[in-house]
Design a protein around this ligand. Structure first.
Ligand code: ATP
Length: 311
């Protein structure tokens, strides 16, 4: 459900703005400061190389050696209450494997958005811990967490500026890199229909774009940063058939080789994921593939029949 003052929405906007302030120097120093195991592995390969090549070397390692190990998400007996003992997340305990696609479904208020807020460290568990690649997220610097994970909300954050700027966010990507990211996610098709392509001016909050188009831009913005984990609150607004097809295609591309957690509202998305987590009042009550859950005839099957999977 879209709320007027959604803390997750505000977080994503801040996240976006903070990302825009990154500099190359900060990136290198982040890598050197990494408490993350994976970076330690990388740093062993780095000795003897010149400082300036670190980014390139780490990128190469990411592609060739490290990728398969990255993107594991683990909730260990996580409990959470916004206030007092009013628990809205109850003993969540699961492991999401690198590259696995998970859909979160459940009735409104079940705790789907709260799980994402916890994963982004917008709030911390009252009890239990959340680990990414074996590291408690409380020990992961915010900058690293932001690079590790892209968060795409229903109404992709758009600021006044051109398409290229909205994808690169001032991070110094070249037009070629922006185009490549857009092409990789099939977002280029939409951008090329705009009057000035990548230089088309967008209005603040994207008031001259449809919600599907805003999501497409958010996909390209995520793709260019190549995160290990993608967190997506899928748009509920109904899209026209053409945009719907583009969004689906773009999403399929973006999901390749990444761990993904999707608050899913579309039947097509849910069918394609590896596992569906069904939540009810903060508890994980069912999990499995679409077919398995239909077969079980539990809450998922009921919600599915009523077509009320999301909020
Ligand atoms: P929806 O599908 O409607 O978005 P959801 O499954 O995402 O629902 P959450 O937004 O995670 O559910 O909410 C879980 C519970 O926590 C609900 O009872 C909700 O009222 C409560 N809640 C959510 N945000 C806050 C907040 N900022 N402060 C206090 N309680 C909150």
């Amino acid at each position: 459900a879209q709320r007027l003052f959604d803390p997750l929405q505000q977080f994503a906007e801040k996240f976006t703005v903070i990302q825009a302030g990154f500099t190359a120097i900060e990136r290198v120093s982040d890598i050197l400061d990494e408490p993350i195991e994976i970076r330690d592995q990388a740093s062993r390969h780095l000795s003897g190389f010149e400082f300036g090549y670190i980014d390139e070397i780490v990128n190469n390692l990411d592609e060739h050696e490290v990728t398969a190990k990255r993107g594991e998400i683990r909730f260990e007996h996580v409990w959470f209450a916004y206030k007092d003992n009013d628990y809205v997340i109850k003993d969540l305990d699961f492991v999401i494997q690198p590259g696995e696609k998970i859909a979160l479904v459940g009735p409104t208020g079940a705790g789907k958005s709260t799980i994402i807020r916890l994963l982004c460290r917008l709030y911390e568990p009252t009890q239990g811990q959340i680990l990414i690649d074996g590291i408690d997220i409380r020990d992961v610097p915010q900058a690293e967490l932001r690079r590790y994970m892209a968060v795409i909300l229903q109404d992709g954050f758009i600021f006044a500026g051109d398409v290229k700027g909205n994808i690169s966010l001032g991070d110094g990507y070249t037009i070629e890199e922006v185009q490549r990211a857009a092409e990789k996610t099939n977002v280029a098709e939409f951008i090329e229909q705009l009057p000035q392509n990548y230089h088309t001016q967008l209005r603040e909050r994207g008031t001259n774009l449809s919600s599907g188009q805003k999501q497409l831009l958010a996909f390209a913005r995520a793709a260019i940063r190549d995160p290990q984990v993608l967190v997506l609150d899928e748009a509920t607004a109904s899209l026209d058939v053409g945009t719907e097809a583009l969004v689906q295609k773009a999403l399929d591309e973006l999901l390749i080789d990444r761990t993904a957690i999707i608050i899913a509202h579309r039947l097509s998305t849910i069918r394609n994921v590896d596992r569906i987590f069904v939540l009810k009042r903060g508890e994980l009550i069912e999990q499995g593939s679409h077919e398995q859950l239909i077969e079980q005839g539990g809450l998922y099957a009921t919600l599915h029949n009523l077509q009320m999977l999301g909020s």
